[in-house]
Every structure is written in C-alpha cells, then in structure tokens.
Design a protein. Structure first.
Length: 422
C-alpha cells in the first residue's frame, strides 16, 4: 500500500503551498483538498496564464491526475463552477474532478451570516474572508447542514426551505437583508445539474487508490496557526487545517499518511486579526510586503508582515509530525541588508521557547531575535543548496537546527522552476 503525502501551511496561510503542491502533483495520481472552502486562495501559473483558485485542487492541471474535493471541505458551488468554467475555457478538462457526496454546501445565507456576525463583533472582528466558512461549518456540526448528496436528491427543496427560513428569521431580527428562497432554489438546482456527474463516494475511491499503490497528494488550505483547535482562537478559521483535518476531511487513516511537508516563508505574514508576535507594523513590514507582493488572493487585503518565528514553527512541527520543510521567498528575505529570526519569546520578563496559542499569552510576548545578513543576490538559478551564498546557508541551517527537521524545498524566486529540491 502507498502512503499519502501531505502539504500543509505552518503559520497563518499564504506560505506558497501552491508551489510545492505544483511540484509534487506532477507525479500524483490523485490530488485531494480536505479542509476549508473558498476562503483559500492559491494562484497558479500554467503556460503563461494565471489562475486564482479557491476550491479546485491544483492537481487538476496535470492530465490524468484525479482532483478530489474531500468530505471535510465546505463547497460554494457558484465559486466551484466558475473555476470549472475557467479551466474548460482554457482547454483543461474537469472530467477528473470529484466532489465527496459528504462535503457540505455553502449557501448565500452562510455568507450573509458571516457578514452579520462580523458586524456584530464591533471592535473584535476576526477579519474573515466573508465566504460563509464559519456559518457553513456551524450548520455541519449543528447537524442541519446540506451535503452534496442532498443537493442532488429529491429532499433538497425541503431541506433548503427549512434552513433558509430559519436563517431569514435571524436576519429579520437584526434588520439584515434576507435571502430569497425562490432565487436560491432556482440557482442551486442549476448548480446541482452541473455538479451531479462529479459527486461521488470519494472515501472508497481513496481507500482503493491506496490499496492499488496510487500516489495521493493531500493539498492543504489555510494553515496550522489558523486551526480551530490549535490556533489563536478565536482568530482562526472554522476547520482543522492541521494534520488531523487531512484524515477527517478525506477518510485517509493516520496510518496511511507518509511524508508531511510544512510550508513556510523566510519571513511571515498574517491576514485578518489576532496576535502576531513577530509582526513588523512599521516600514520594515511595509518593505517585506512590497518585496514579497503580500496582498490576498481571496480578499486582496494587504497582509501583515514580519519576521520568521521559530518558537511557533517548533510547535507546528510537533503538532503535525512534519517530516520536511519547504521554505519560500528565500530570495525575498535576501533582498534586505539585514534581517531577524525569532528564537525565543520574552513573556513578562521570562524567556521561553514554549509556544502557546493563548491570545493573552501571545499579546504579552515580545520576540527575542538573532540577526542575519542578507544581500543574497540573484539565487533563482541555484540548483543545489551548495550553490547558495553563505548568508543564505547560515539562515537555513539555523532553522533546521532549531526545529530538528530538514528543509527539503527552497524557494529561490517567483517562477515555478525557481526551487531547490533536496
Ligand atoms: P490560504 O489557503 C490566509 C484567515 C482570514 C481570517 C481567518 C478566518 O490562501 O493560505 P474565515 O473566512 O476562514 O472564517 O476567516 O482566517 N484565512 C486565511 N488567511 N490564507 C488563507 O488561506 C486563509 N483562510 C482564512 O483572513 O483571519
Ligand atoms: Mg490566502
């Protein structure tokens, strides 16, 4: 039996998971998304054309690779169909796209609820993507969610009517615009027609694939510090983008997971609210943002930027059983003369390397840094680590030494090919 490979984000998302996924999916038989929904944003460049995707696994770009949207994903069919159309228009077949019958469906009332809840939070906003993610997972766990198999069943109209009317009562209470039942019903019946051929039992499909030694790549969305359990709650997303979510979101057992690649950047970034110990809310952060083009794919928001945090990374390595790291934007950090790396926290005068996601703890920590020299020059042509300048090698070695995991992928430039694989 083969083992599934996992690619996951280690910080707050946007680590450039797509680049590693793109590389690994070249010889994957199946690429599967397990958690989150259209809050994710990955941009992929294929034959000079840029695609900004939210739901479809990037594996779809390889002819012959099956792309699966697993049961743990919350699917906005409108977004999904838009992505499918974009692919088809560019000559990429979506015949190999499968959606788990158990995946929950996102409706307009989820997006409206997402907005309403954010409004009601006043100064304590999470800064969600307004894609209805939290409310869709709420319905799932409240056990009133509508799954893909319901969308294509005769029960659909009844289920939708009850759910939508219940949500509208809440909207009315807050004076928030309600959602029209007739329109929603008509739209989703159309979506159901289009998606029906793709909706199937992906769990058995994956089990059989493992048994016949097929290569499975699990494509992470979001990242560990946005995890509902292991992130800085409540400033998190509503799923488990850490290792457990790959099992519950696909049906692949823990025993069947092999390599776990954790993706990070040579610096760090965060979108939305929440603590961020190494944030540089100053001209350094602005510089990193410009150098790294740190603006959101999904919401276009400027990302908060700062230094790499090894205290957090060590926690994330332990949490996920990470076997190898992939570090992007080494070229970007190397454009600075000097930069910093966080190796401990000062918590009210006490030095610690133990991370905690407690928001109060994090808000009372300042970073303890080591200094590094930049000026790496153009490293985009380097094919091995040995070819990198000494300053870059020193930085990478320090990261590996601290977290005790080897770096297996080194991003050296913006292009697809600008990567060292060890
Ligand atoms: P990718 O896959 C960065 C953040 C939002 C917000 C919090 C909750 O591109 O790395 P949600 O809409 O999920 O309820 O918002 O999570 N967030 C992301 N930040 N990249 C993502 O995905 C994100 N998905 C959610 O900004 O702070
Ligand atoms: Mg993103």
């Amino acid at each position: 039996m083969s083992k599934a490979q996992v690619v996951l984000g280690t910080f707050y998302g946007d680590e450039g998971k797509g680049k590693i996924i793109d590389y690994l999916s070249k010889d994957a038989d199946i690429a599967v998304r397990c958690t989150g929904g259209s809050n994710a944003g990955h941009s992929i460049e294929v034959d000079g054309k840029k695609f900004a995707f939210h739901l479809i696994p990037s594996g779809i770009f390889n002819k012959g690779t099956l792309a699966i949207i697993g049961n743990g994903v919350v699917v906005d069919p409108k977004v999904l169909i838009e992505e499918m159309n974009e692919l088809e228009e560019n000559g990429i077949s979506t015949e190999n796209l499968y959606i788990s019958e158990k995946a929950h469906i996102v409706f307009p009332y989820h997006c409206e609820m997402d907005k309403l809840l954010e409004e009601n939070r006043g100064n304590n906003k999470i800064g969600t993507t307004a894609r209805g993610i939290g409310p869709a997972y709420c319905d799932k766990f409240e056990r009133c969610g509508i799954r893909a198999e319901d969308l294509i069943s005769d029960n659909f109209e009844g289920l939708l009517t009850v759910n939508l009317n219940n949500k509208n009562k809440i909207f009315e209470m807050y004076g928030h615009p309600t959602v029209d039942l007739k329109q929603t019903l008509a739209d989703y019946k159309k979506y159901a027609e289009i998606l029906k051929p793709h909706i199937t039992d992906t769990i058995t499909l994956l089990h059989k694939a493992l048994e016949s030694d097929k290569k499975i790549l699990c494509e992470g969305a979001q990242a560990s510090l946005l995890d509902i359990d292991f992130g800085s709650y409540p400033f998190v997303t509503s799923s488990n983008p850490s290792i457990g979510g790959f099992c519950t979101g696909s049906g692949i057992s823990a025993k069947d997971i092999g390599e776990v690649y954790g993706v990070l950047k040579a610096y760090s970034s965060r979108v939305g609210s929440g603590p961020y110990v190494t944030e540089q809310n100053n001209e350094i952060g602005d510089r990193i943002r410009e150098l790294g083009h740190e603006y959101g794919v999904t919401t276009k928001r400027p990302r908060r930027c700062g230094w790499l945090d090894l205290v957090a990374l060590k926690y994330v390595v332990r949490l996920n059983g990470i076997t190898g790291l992939a570090i992007n934007h080494v070229d970007t950090i190397g454009k600075l003369d000097k930069f910093k790396l966080c190796v401990a926290y000062n918590h009210n005068g006490e030095i610690t390397t133990d991370f905690s996601t407690n928001v109060n703890f994090l808000n009372n920590c300042t970073a303890v840094y080591e200094d590094f020299d930049g000026n790496f020059g153009d490293i985009s042509k380097c094919k091995t680590r040995a070819e990198l300048p000494e300053n870059a090698k020193k930085y990478l070695a320090r990261i590996e030494e601290f977290v005790g995991v080897p770096i297996k992928f080194i991003g050296t430039g913006a292009g697809r090919e600008a990567m060292i694989v060890e």
